[in-house]
Each structure stands twice: as structure tokens, then as C-alpha cells.
Design a protein around this ligand. Sequence first.
Ligand SMILES: CCCCC/C=C/CC(=O)SCCNC(=O)CCNC(=O)[C@H](O)C(C)(C)COP(=O)(O)OP(=O)(O)OC[C@H]1O[C@@H](n2cnc3c(N)ncnc32)[C@H](O)[C@@H]1OP(=O)(O)O
Length: 390
Amino acid sequence: MSLVYDSLARWSVAWSPLQVPALGLHVRGPAMLASQKDFNNAVSQVKLLKEDPGNEVKLKLYALYKQATEGPCNVPKPGMLDFINKTKWDAWNALGSLSKEAARQNYVDLVSRLSASSESPSPEAPAADRKQPESDSLVVTSEDGITTIRLNRPAKKNALTTQMYHDIIAALQAASKDESAITVLTGSGDYYCSGNDLTNFTHLPAGGLEEMARSAAALLRDFVNCFIDFPKPLVAVVNGPAVGISVTILGLFDVVYATDRASFHTPFSHLGQSPEGCSSYTFPKIMGSSKAAEMLLFGKKLTAQEACAQGLVTEVFPDGTFQKEVWARLKAYSKLPPNAMRISKQIIRNREKEKLHAVNAEESSVLRERWQSDECMNAIASFLSRKAKL
Ligand SMILES: CCCCC/C=C/CC(=O)SCCNC(=O)CCNC(=O)[C@H](O)C(C)(C)COP(=O)(O)OP(=O)(O)OC[C@H]1O[C@@H](n2cnc3c(N)ncnc32)[C@H](O)[C@@H]1OP(=O)(O)O
């Protein structure tokens, strides 16, 4: 094994970025596919990366570059002892029949994530230096090795405004670098979260509905990407009912604790919308395809006990002792060696990441279209005119 690593290390030095170029099967709607120009720009951007992304990522870049430019692997497999070329061949071959267009897009996405992370400030951000959220609707605290991101809009059942999506992204980015061992998302008041604030769709920008849908899809994608990439144990403390996107992203958490008062509701069809938060992939995996379909297609609301029986929730606690029991447990977990927890999370999650990014891109692209549909507009108008509730 070390021989392969050694060889890869030398190989990466010899690599020109132009030869370099993610594993994973990407299926996405045509609206989101990168152009040849985007691809060429990404190829140039690789040369400007400030940090060496490491051999694993270089291999992904290489494989995607080959797939995007030459299509599926079409050369004979190198011999057993030709470690370097065999490793490259395996990476390219693992992409199977992924189309050139999807490979080009995945390459562009990967480079853009690499560029963003190499530009972000790397030093550890202690809790005291954390940039506070722009609005009071999100409260971020760090104590006892736990960073807690609290949705704080109880009068609106913690519905997520556009600003809150931005603030959660910033809070997760800061938490990934602070000194805490565990990060928690929870809500204030009687609800965990009622999902996307439906009035987000009423603030039409100059470009109209189309522009609103485009920018919401881009924000959704960035938001979900942060959960996919979050490096530390991520725990949801579900203090009450959860709706929409606050339910779907639970599949990206490591542990989900719920009060017995919680319920889990994804009424996408009622709203003329479609699943997000990678739930089109994680839910069938977690609970099987027919239970997932009942939730995601028919909007079946699950009790906390049902969600636990189906694997979406880790454990359910009586509401009266929920906070006390959960926080005592989290405080104990936060004393465990943080690096061991990060590394274990990496092992569990890393092989799925590229797939999850592809699913996220596809779901966001489909929703961009859905948000411009009459079905969706009518459902939102109906809620806003107080004719409809879930
Ligand atoms: C970047 C964009 C990404 C987009 C990602 C897409 C995500 C998809 C989803 O999340 S879909 C889910 C959307 N959510 C809903 O459809 C829930 C709508 N809300 C309700 O049906 C009900 O409010 C309820 C069942 C959650 C709670 O009912 P209850 O009777 O207990 O309470 P009220 O209805 O009186 O609510 C109190 C006030 O809160 C406002 N409110 C609640 N949820 C939302 C919401 N999602 N969006 C906007 N506003 C919400 C509600 O209108 C009340 O306000 P008022 O006191 O001013 O009347």
C-alpha cells in the first residue's frame, strides 16, 4: 500500500495540471450542465490552486478530465506492477458510462469547490472570533466542545428565510474550523423548523420568476453542499415538528435525536415541488424505496417513533426530559478525541460524497424548473392567502 502512495506522490509532482482533472455517477438536468468554456476555465484554474489537493483528489480530477475529453475508458488495463498507470486507469474506468457532459460538469464543480476551500481562511476560528449571523433568526454558540446553531424564529415556526440559508452556510463553515468537537442544529420554541419560508418566493428580483428560481437553486445547492462536506460529527436535536428541507437534510446528519412531539413531513407534491437535500437518494437508502416514496411523493407525515423505526431518527426521547437527556449525552460525546471522530466520519461518508454532490445538483436543477410551474405558484399563493396549511 505504501508503495502505491509513494508512487502517487511522485506522480503528482510530475503531473501537469492540464493532464489533471470525481469519481461518481452524475445525472443532472441539462439546465445545469457546464459549457466547454466553463470546463476550459476550470482546467486553467487547477494551475492556480494555492494548495496541493492531495493524490486522491488529483486522481478524481484526472479521471473526470479523461472522461470529459475522451469518454469512457477505452484503453487496455495496465499490468499489475505498473502501479501508477493502473491506479489512473482504475479511477477513469470507475466512471463507467458517465457522459462527457456530466463528467465536464463534475470536473467544473470539483475545481470550484477546491478553489473556494483554498481561498477560505484556514486558521482555526475560535468561537469568540466567529462572525455572528446577519440576523437574530440564527443564534450560534460554542460551549463544552459543542457548537450549536439554533434556528430562532419561533413565531414563524423557524421557517428559513433567504438570509438564514446564508447565515447557516457561514455558521457551518466557521464550525468546521473552530475548536468544537461536535456541531448541533436545533430550533427555538415549539417547532424544529417549518421548512422553506414560503414568502421567499414573493420577493421577485428584476429578472422576474426565472431569475428568482435560478438564484434560489444556486443557494439551495450551496446550502446542501455544506452539509455534504461538513467534516465533524453533525447532530440534529429535533425539538418539535419538522417540515420540508429541515427533514430532507437529516439524511446528511450523523445522528438525529428527536422529542416524541416531533413529526417529519415532506409535502413536496402538495406544494408542486420535488425533493431536495439529497433525500431522493438518502431516503430510499435509509428506509427503502417504498417508505421513501410514501414520504416524498405522497407527503406522508411520520411520527417520531415511525421515523426512528425507519432509520431516519437515531433515538426518540420523552418531551419532558428531551433537552436534559440529549445535552447530557452530547456533552459526554464531545469529550471524545475530536480527530478520531473526524477521521471516522470521513471513512463512513467520503465514498458517497461525489454521488451526493451529483444528486444535489440534479435536485436543485429540477426544483429550478418546478418553482416556475403553475402547480408550485398556485400552492404558494394558496398558503399566502391563508387558504392552505399542511
Ligand atoms: C434557497 C431556497 C431553498 C428552498 C428549498 C426548498 C424547500 C422546500 C420546503 O421546505 S417545502 C416546506 C415548506 N413549508 C410549508 O409548506 C409549511 C407551511 N406552514 C404551515 O403549513 C403551517 O404554518 C404549519 C403546519 C407549519 C404550522 O401551523 P400552525 O397552525 O401551528 O401555525 P401557523 O400556521 O399559525 O404559523 C405561525 C406563523 O408562522 C408562519 N409560517 C409557518 N411556516 C411558514 C413557512 N414555511 N413559510 C412562511 N411562513 C410560515 C405562518 O404563516 C404564521 O404566520 P402569521 O402568524 O404571520 O400568520
